[in-house]
Design a binder for this molecule. Structure first.
Ligand SMILES: Cc1cc2nc3c(=O)[nH]c(=O)nc-3n(C[C@H](O)[C@H](O)[C@H](O)COP(=O)(O)O)c2cc1C
Length: 314
């Protein structure tokens, strides 16, 4: 796909390849790895505005960033414009240049609470949320889905409302809420959103290869792409899309990823929490089932790294 800078209000990005917010995965370590492979923006996972207001420690931990993040991007969720603005004005949010609002989360806990994708059929409230957040002076972007039910797209009117509220960029995940993360991506609706607004539109959904990225841009004319699961399995996908040779092995990336996490968390915490990520790195590796099973029983990173070394040596 054609690489280009994206002008998001007063910030211009190096390119148009972004890492998606990914709950449980897009922490400082993953963001730093993706940025090292050439992503130009990387978002924290979604953080509850109410959690921030109540000073929830776990929520604040999700906002930890490093100097690798030259442009700092957080994603928040909520449905009360006043509470959301107060949350974004808290000291813990001060360092963030870009705050993205989640209008796509399909999970029952969020949806049934009137947050995330439940806002897709409430464009007036969404507009109010954006206009209130804009008062913080931060760059405010939004991540939406094409609709709640497949076949009943809401994204075009919704995107217009967000633009009206002052949104600086919109990312469209090309699936309806009822599809969660499965199924075909609706390129046409993303293309319609792109034509309907005058702010950058980023396309998301189903990009697992450089070819997929090409196809996405060709079919939508979007300004860029946001990678999600494709980047969790292969953070070097950013380099592949940029047409760069990747000179680092999977084994080395796993080591680097663990080392980054160890700068912040205790060894056992890293060993346990890294299990789900290692399964993604090992996806598609022939005969890796026994390794995965072994790793699930290990409680320190030294043993995990030794098992990984053994696996790739054989
Ligand atoms: C494990 C997981 C966690 C996610 N967490 C978030 C999140 O915190 N905020 C958000 O806007 N989207 C979240 N998403 C959605 C992704 O950002 C993305 O829109 C979706 O996975 C579609 O892209 P893909 O097909 O390339 O994976 C999550 C998806 C997955 C699989």
């Amino acid at each position: 796909m054609k690489l280009k800078k994206v002008k998001i209000n007063r910030i211009t990005t190096e390119n148009n390849l972004f890492l998606a917010p990914l709950a449980g995965f897009s922490d400082f370590a993953m963001r730093s790895i993706c940025l090292s492979f050439g992503a130009s923006l990387a978002f924290t996972e979604m953080v509850s505005c109410k959690g921030l207001i109540y000073g929830n420690l776990n929520t604040e931990d999700l906002l930890f960033t490093t100097d690798d993040e030259k442009i700092k991007c957080a994603q928040v969720f909520g449905n009360d414009p006043t509470i959301m603005r107060k949350a974004v004005e808290l000291p813990s949010m001060e360092k963030f240049d870009i705050v993205d609002v989640n209008f796509g989360c399909p999970m029952p806990k969020i949806f049934n609470n009137g947050e995330g994708s439940a806002l897709l059929d409430k464009p007036e409230l969404a507009e109010k949320i954006i206009s209130e957040l804009k008062k913080t002076g931060k760059i405010i972007t939004a991540k939406i889905r094409i609709g709640i039910l497949t076949g009943k797209p809401l994204a075009v009117d919704f995107a217009k409302a967000l633009e009206q509220g002052g949104a600086d960029m919109i990312t469209v995940h090309g699936r309806a809420k009822d599809k969660i993360y499965a199924g075909e991506v609706d390129y046409d609706t993303i293309a319609e959103v792109k034509r309907a607004v005058n702010i950058p539109v980023i396309a998301n959904g189903g990009i697992f290869s450089a070819n997929d990225a090409d196809k996405m841009i060709k079919n939508t004319d979007a300004d860029g792409v946001m990678l999600a699961r494709g980047a969790l399995e292969k953070p070097w996908l950013f380099a592949e899309i940029r047409g760069e040779k990747v000179n680092i092995s999977k084994k080395q990336i796993i080591r680097k990823h663990i080392e980054k996490l160890l700068t912040r968390y205790d060894d056992e915490v890293v060993a346990v929490n890294f299990r789900k990520q290692i399964c993604l790195y090992l996806k598609g590796e022939p005969n890796s089932a026994a390794l995965k099973e072994k790793i699930f029983a290990l409680k320190n990173t030294r043993d995990i790294l030794a098992a990984v070394d053994d696996f790739f040596a054989s």
